[in-house]
Design a protein around this ligand. Structure first.
Ligand code: NAP
Length: 293
């Protein structure tokens, strides 16, 4: 397939681009800077100059593709306003991509997040959250899935809290950055809350499988570790950086504080059984051993 990818230079997107190219697909990828265009070219993809806010560029790229994978996100968690702007930008971009594919039966695979269900691991059947600071992202994903009834083979690949590679990425990566900055490897609450995780190279395989096989309107879980206790994550970070490991106030984490404090394990049993996806790369605690002081 000729696949249009947004976010193809990111931690997950670069693995997705490599996975697609390694499995016989061509990749056209959105590049918002010369550096991104160069990185995509070196990876073997064809860059298309433009950003997520450039709806004309998105339309043109989707029009010439056999399928679309959307991963780009501003990832600006510095303030509620910045986060809201990134969510709004993504929402408009996804709506544009979906519109372009209407009636074509072509696949539109969007990134999403595993939901939180009190008292048990969430499953593929649980709805995406549509409230809270990133609730707008959930609403955009629901709108994409609804396009199943309008001739789009839409699907959502839900990411766990940490998608990692070489010890970097996701919530665990944020804990590492905060630890380096503050001199404490912290966690909110008693640290017994669990976050699910996956290696980026395993997640990339699931994006390809969803592109190739997922029926319209379906959700999949890229979950390798069902849930790692946050204090265990902080313990590895603290040991690797030679820093004390301590509980810290939830407010330390700004708009993400409440999410960081929540126990949110997730299962991928249905994904593994239905799509034959099987993660083979190191789990999070093993991968965090790659952190360098
Ligand atoms: N990593 C995780 O643990 C995790 C967990 C859950 C969900 N996710 C979601 O998965 C997706 C990819 O995550 P990631 O970790 O790979 O992110 P990342 O490493 O921060 O990469 C973000 C990608 O989006 C692109 N991008 C950002 N803003 C853009 C804009 N305005 N226009 C065009 N491109 C833009 C970046 O391009 P440049 O190269 O030009 O910067 C980059 O390719 C995101 O939606 C993220 O929220 C990630």
């Amino acid at each position: 397939m000729h696949v249009f990818v947004t976010g193809g230079t990111g931690l997950i997107g670069s693995a997705v681009v490599a996975e697609l190219l390694g499995n016989g697909h061509d990749v056209l990828a959105l590049a918002r800077s010369d550096a991104s265009a160069l990185a995509l070219k070196s990876a073997g993809a064809e860059p298309f100059q433009g950003g997520l806010a450039d709806l004309t560029a998105l339309r043109a790229c989707a029009a010439q593709a056999d399928g679309v994978i959307h991963l780009a996100f501003g990832n600006d968690f510095s303030s509620p306003g910045a986060l809201a702007q990134a969510v709004a930008e993504e929402s408009a971009a996804l709506a544009t991509l979906g519109q372009e594919l209407l009636g074509s039966d072509r696949p539109l695979v969007t990134v999403s997040g595993t939901p939180y269900v009190p008292g048990r691991a969430s499953t593929e059947a649980d709805p995406s959250p549509t409230d809270g600071p990133v609730g707008g992202r959930g609403r955009s994903v629901m709108a994409v899935l609804d396009l199943a009834s309008r001739g789009v083979r839409s699907s959502a690949v839900r990411m766990p809290r940490t998608v990692h590679n070489e010890g970097k990425g996701g919530f665990a990566g944020m804990l590492t950055e905060i630890a380096r900055r503050t001199g404490v490897s912290g966690y909110p609450g008693d640290g017994s809350q669990r976050w699910p995780a996956v290696h980026a190279l395993d997640a990339a395989v699931l994006f390809r499988l969803a592109l190739e096989l997922a029926p319209a309107g379906t959700c999949w879980h890229a979950v390798a570790d069902e849930g790692d206790a946050v204090r265990d994550i902080a313990a590895v970070i603290g040991r690797r950086l030679g820093l004390p490991v301590e509980t810290v106030p939830q407010e330390t984490y700004g708009p993400l504080g409440a999410i960081f404090a929540t126990d949110q394990p997730s299962s991928s049993a249905r994904t593994r059984k239905t799509l034959g996806w099987e993660p083979i790369h190191p789990g999070l605690l093993e991968d965090l051993e790659n952190i360098q002081p």
